[in-house]
Ligand binder design. Structure first.
Ligand SMILES: NC(=O)C1=CN([C@@H]2O[C@H](COP(=O)(O)OP(=O)(O)OC[C@H]3O[C@@H](n4cnc5c(N)ncnc54)[C@H](OP(=O)(O)O)[C@@H]3O)[C@@H](O)[C@H]2O)C=CC1
Ligand SMILES: O=CCS(=O)(=O)O
Length: 251
């Protein structure tokens, strides 16, 4: 069975993606920081498919490398890497943000993603044709909005890194896709608001947002296309979400 390595599998898109690949019988390497949630996933999915869980903080380059280098032969033929672990922090405008929040987003969404990619690339290249890297970007990487500051910038990195990887992976058979969702109901806003359940409920209320399963279906779709097809970028919004006019400050 093909193997998917999914980062941030303990919640939201990552968790739903684990379920989607399990439905198709894939073997799963599931990672996240919360070991108890990983253990739950192993219990829930382990009787259906092969599951290996790795408690990992993607920001820790050495730990990521040790975990991936240390995979047994049976787990090394990775067909799909889903770089999903990530977060937004801070709802304030840039001039009022705690600098630590910016660093956490950069360390997780950029450094974490490149840590995992760097460690997994040799394995994906060994797998060759049909292998893929699915990076979870965001509409925030393409369109500015107030309060997006470093979060949107990290997702712009994800998009460009995905395109640039394609250039270097030419001839290897490994595909790369930037999946860029818009408003989606997960623990994302709970994390962004630092635990404010009311703020999270309010954001999604009446908006008919994307659900984690909607994104999982798209990730599975791009990873299972015929091997000669590479979707470069897939941008997905709920129908309820669109753009506003430019904002003009008048005298
Ligand atoms: N929901 C949305 O509206 C959108 C989200 N996204 C992106 O989708 C991705 C998934 O977010 P979503 O499912 O919504 O949010 P969730 O908060 O539900 O899930 C985030 C996941 O990332 C993991 N994670 C966070 N930091 C780290 C870390 N340092 N090391 C390892 N794992 C980490 C968490 O696991 P744990 O805490 O156990 O480590 C968790 O499993 C993110 O990259 C996010 O930016 C993109 C567009 C829209
Ligand atoms: O990445 C998340 C989507 S949004 O909140 O920036 O629209």
């Amino acid at each position: 069975m093909p193997i998917a390595l999914i980062t941030g599998a303990t919640s939201g898109f990552g968790r739903a993606t684990a379920y989607r690949f399990a439905e198709a019988g894939w073997s799963l390497i599931l990672t996240g920081r919360r070991s108890e949630r990983l253990a739950e996933l192993e219990t829930e999915l382990g009787d259906k498919v092969e599951v290996l869980t790795l408690t990992l903080d993607v920001r820790d380059a050495e730990a990521v490398k040790a975990a991936i280098d240390g995979l047994d032969d049976a787990w090394r033929r990775i067909t799909c890497l889903v770089n999903n672990a990530g977060l937004a922090l801070a709802l304030e405008p840039a001039q009022r943000v705690d600098l630590n929040d910016w660093h956490t987003m950069i360390d997780t969404n950029i450094t974490g993603l490149v840590n995992v990619t760097h460690a997994a690339l040799p394995l994906l290249i060994d797998t060759g044709k049909g292998a893929s890297i699915v990076n979870i970007g965001s509409v925030a990487g393409s369109y500015p909005y107030p309060g997006s500051h470093v979060y949107g910038a990290t997702k712009a990195f994800v998009q460009q890194f995905s395109y640039n990887l394609r250039c270097d992976l030419k001839g290897s058979g490994v595909r790369v896709t930037d999946v860029a969702p818009g408003l989606a109901e997960t623990e994302f806003m709970l994390v962004r608001s630092k635990g404010d359940e009311q703020a999270s409920k309010q954001l999604y209320a009446g908006a008919n947002p994307l659900q984690a399963e909607d994104i999982a279906a798209q990730v599975f779709y791009v990873a299972t296309l015929p091997e000669h097809i590479n979707i470069n970028r897939l941008e997905i919004m709920p129908t309820s979400q669109s753009w506003s006019p430019f904002s003009i400050e008048r005298e």
